[in-house]
Design a protein around this ligand. Structure first.
Ligand SMILES: Cc1cc2nc3c(=O)[nH]c(=O)nc-3n(C[C@H](O)[C@H](O)[C@H](O)COP(=O)(O)OP(=O)(O)OC[C@H]3O[C@@H](n4cnc5c(N)ncnc54)[C@H](O)[C@@H]3O)c2cc1C
Length: 285
């Protein structure tokens, strides 16, 4: 149960899609409405689109107030005009998270779309496991001992014992999965003989064997800025589960770099246990 079992200790967040504004179409719209010129000071598509959406409401393109795009979006946040933030959409691929986390993530329904790795179509016999943050030190200690192969079985105590129990359980789960897929494929082939649909048989075997898998998953998430802000608010809160809180902070960091005017009003706090949380004065806009 040493390095031969794949362990993940951090999530990865890939921002794979973001918007750009069609300047020609925008200019055509403005010209059709007697506006000769609209200038804003951001090149970020999401931020330009949010401003454009907001300005359509009052047709305020011609005489913007001073302060630029950031001041405009700050005003939206302060006045709770959240529907305008739905104009900005981001596509993220999230990996290195547990199935428990993805179960919590998909509870966020409004403004979110998901595509998650299928445990029926994809073979999971070499799957990785996400260490719960609270057991990270213990599992690392147990792995180091297992790799050295020096510990007398049953003689571990404290943290190493807790970490080793987790590793052994994950290994058993993986073995059960692989053995059960083999067993079910063999049994069903014997029952139905030649001509059986192999893809359907593999799906049936994997969907039964996955009943014990608590493993890593990958998920493609599409969401608008308003929905993402709500997710960050709830899940980067100190009361949230440690793994999803770590993810929410990572998602925020990616989005803040991509669209600072939409996501830079959050305060990052270091918590006593070494983890982090986020808060904002602009709650649930
Ligand atoms: C710390 C924490 C602990 C939790 N513990 C549990 C738990 O023990 N058990 C459990 O089941 N869940 C739990 N949850 C999940 C929680 O109940 C929500 O399902 C999840 O946070 C998604 O929030 P949401 O419904 O606001 O999001 P979304 O579904 O994205 O909705 C966003 C907003 O849209 C509005 N909205 C959405 N749907 C409707 C509707 N049908 N009618 C009216 N308004 C609507 C609401 O204003 C809502 O806040 C927990 C969440 C957190 C953060």
């Amino acid at each position: 149960v040493g390095s031969d079992i794949r362990i993940i200790t951090e999530p990865s967040v890939y921002l794979v899609g973001r918007q750009s504004i069609d300047e020609a179409a925008m200019a055509a719209f403005l010209a059709d409405h007697g506006v000769t010129r609209w200038t804003t000071d951001t090149l970020v598509g999401a931020e330009r689109l949010v401003e454009a959406a907001g300005r359509v409401a009052y047709m305020s393109f011609a005489k913007p107030r001073p302060g630029g795009n950031k001041a405009y979006i700050d005003h939206l946040l302060e006045s709770g005009h959240g529907s305008v933030l739905e104009a900005a959409v981001f596509n993220l691929i999230i990996t290195g998270v547990s199935r428990s986390l993805s179960h919590e993530l998909v509870r966020h329904r409004v403004g979110f779309g998901y595509s998650q790795l299928s445990q029926r179509f994809v073979d999971e016999s070499g799957c990785a496991f996400v260490v719960p943050p609270a057991l990270a030190v213990e599992v690392a200690e147990a792995r180091a001992l297992a790799d050295r192969g020096t510990f007398p079985v049953g003689a571990l105590t404290g943290g190493a014992e807790a970490g080793m129990r987790w590793l052994i359980l994950m290994r058993l789960v993986q073995e059960f999965y692989a053995d059960t897929v083999d067993y079910l494929l063999g049994r069903d082939q014997a029952d139905s003989g030649v001509g059986q649909d192999k893809t359907a048989a593999r799906k049936a075997a994997r969907e039964a064997a996955r009943s014990v898998l608590p493993n890593e998953t990958k998920i493609f998430v599409t969401a608008n800025a308003r929905a993402l802000r709500h997710f960050i608010e709830l899940r980067a809160h100190p009361a949230a589960d440690a793994e999803i809180r770590r993810l929410a902070v990572a998602v925020w960091a990616v989005l803040r770099d991509a669209a600072p005017a939409l996501f830079s009003d959050y305060q990052l706090t270091d918590l006593p246990d070494g983890s982090q949380s986020l808060s904002t004065p602009h709650r649930k806009v």
